[in-house]
Design a protein around this ligand. Structure first.
Ligand code: SF4
Length: 349
């Protein structure tokens, strides 16, 4: 997925080519507004031969404008309720299917543990995984009712064990539906690579998964390393090489998003790296820290972490679980994080 600003046409074209040259079969680009839709038309022209997918987040209404320029449209069932609240989810999906049909696009139903549709969270209050799987299954049934077959499903989480469980459960229920695998917010390498392997290896070995994406927090210059890691995992599984990391996940867990065009500040990757350096002293503690690049997924995806940071254009929001601690400049937030981490460690001990 491109992490450049979509409206920066030259940078996005360069990154799409960089990813394709590294072996990406599909390049995904986020589009939220008309300005980015217009950029997408130019990006399409300059990337002939590269399959493009568009990521619609809260603003799924841009779909008809962007569809002529892409091969696949990804929508998140957990974001459909934000606008046009008077319409039903089924009507919105039918509308998206019409758009896909008209422009010869495939669809991806992309569900995510950090943004599950509220009605499914209410239906399964004690089982987040079941809410995730049932939400995906419901959207498959909408596709079935509409007679639309060109779709794929993804069920993502930052915890590789949950990714394995969710995809296995889904594949048992709908073995006919292609699955796109991913560990969202796997974070910085090498931990992000280990998390991706822990999820993908058992799934691929069971024949589950048709496409995959490795999500790593990397600077734009080396973003293509995600693709190289993905191919390495596929080669290793095909050759029967699997990793074993017995104590992995027992101590400090830093999750961070891979960034995308929505990232609010280019310092995000550096911030994630600084958080890791600052917190090495806490490596033995079972604490999760989440670092997210924007307001779209930042507030929701930090709710489950012990400490969370999500970026605004010039400030970073610091949270303890779902409670806001405060908003700080990029330089002030690190000492505040350290204070909160010290407090947490001392409270637990
Ligand atoms: S948290 Fe925001 S910046 Fe990061 S990948 Fe998700 S949408 Fe993009």
């Amino acid at each position: 997925m491109c992490a450049t600003k979509t409206r920066d046409i030259d940078a996005t074209v360069a990154q799409a080519r960089q990813l394709a040259a590294a072996g990406a079969a599909i390049v995904r680009i986020a589009v939220d507004n008309d300005h980015e839709v217009r950029a997408m038309a130019a990006i399409r022209e300059a990337t002939a031969g590269i399959a493009l997918a568009v990521d619609l987040q809260e603003n799924y209404r841009v779909a008809p404008a962007v569809a002529p320029h892409v091969d696949k449209i990804r929508y998140n069932p957990g974001h459909l309720h934000h606008i046009e609240r008077q319409k039903t989810v089924a009507d919105k999906v039918a509308w998206l299917v019409d758009v896909a049909r008209e422009h010869d696009c495939a669809l991806r139903i992309g569900v995510n543990c950090g943004s599950i549709a509220p009605e499914f969270l209410e239906r399964y209050p004690d089982d987040q995984l079941e809410a995730l799987v049932q939400s995906a299954l419901y959207h498959c049934s909408l596709m079935d009712d509409l007679g639309f077959t060109r779709f794929v499903v993804s069920l993502k989480d930052s915890d590789p064990n949950k990714v394995v469980a969710a995809n296995t459960r889904f594949a048992d229920a709908r073995p006919d539906v292609p699955l796109h695998l991913g560990v969202t917010e796997a974070g910085l390498p090498p931990e992000g690579i280990i998390k991706s392997r822990l999820a993908f290896e058992p799934l691929l070995a069971r024949g589950i998964g048709d496409t995959l994406r490795v999500s790593l927090t990397l600077p734009n210059e080396v973003k293509h390393e995600e693709v190289e890691v993905g191919h390495q995992i596929l080669d290793d599984v095909a050759a029967g090489r699997f990793i074993s990391v017995p104590d992995f996940g027992q101590g400090l867990n830093i999750i961070s998003c891979p960034s995308c065009s929505r990232v609010e500040n280019e310092s995000f990757v550096e911030l994630a790296q600084h958080v890791r350096e600052l917190t090495t002293y806490a490596a033995a503690h079972r604490i999760t820290i989440a670092v997210m690049g924007c307001r779209v997924n930042g507030p929701g995806e930090t709710d489950d972490a012990d400490l969370g940071l999500w970026c605004g254009p010039s400030t970073v929001n610091l949270k303890k679980k779902d409670q806001k601690v405060g908003t700080y400049s990029y330089s002030e937030v690190l000492p505040r994080l350290r204070e909160e981490l010290d407090r947490l460690i001392s409270a637990r001990s």
